[in-house]
Design a protein around this ligand. Structure first.
Ligand SMILES: [Zn+2]
Length: 156
């Protein structure tokens, strides 16, 4: 089911640190499906549960050329590269806003998949940026917090 995206730089749902997601239940799978539907409907490349109004540590990123949906439950960044790069970011929750964000080139992340299996994986390039962006969301951080003053702009 497509759910309206939670929006706004000061929205309390987006600004709250989400608690750990407990046991994976039917409710979790429904949440993952609603998040996927809502992400696809808005042409997103990643989405976090608070963006459809649920404060829990569940995100989707997309991977590969086909931008396949990849669920991560309780994702945690274990290690990140000291090498960084600056790229332009936007967010479904801040429509029309864009700005440069400096992030690590790769991250090593631990998470649980939708079957309840714990995984540790290395993400690089575009996928690493999405992981960092989505983990920020479940910590109540938005990309605009990383944009240097005066560099945030409206979409051209
Ligand atoms: Zn976002």
């Amino acid at each position: 089911m497509i759910i309206d995206i939670t929006k706004g730089p000061n929205n309390p749902i987006l600004r709250k640190k989400s608690p750990d997601h407990g046991k994976i239940t039917k409710k979790t799978l429904k949440l993952l499906k609603d998040m996927e539907d809502s992400m696809i409907a808005t042409n997103g490349v990643g989405i976090a549960a608070p963006q459809i109004g649920v404060n829990t540590r569940v995100v989707h990123i997309t991977i590969g050329k086909e931008r396949k949906t990849f669920p991560m439950i309780n994702p945690e960044i274990l290690e990140c590269s000291s090498e960084t790069e600056v790229e332009t970011e936007g967010c479904l929750s801040l429509p029309g806003k864009w700005g440069p964000v400096e992030r690590s080139v790769w991250v090593k992340a631990k998470f649980t998949n939708e079957k309840g299996e714990e995984r540790i994986m290395l993400f690089d390039e575009f996928e690493a940026k999405i992981v960092q962006h989505e983990v920020d969301h479940i910590n109540g951080t938005l990309f605009i917090d990383h944009v240097p003053e005066g560099k945030l702009r409206d979409k051209e």
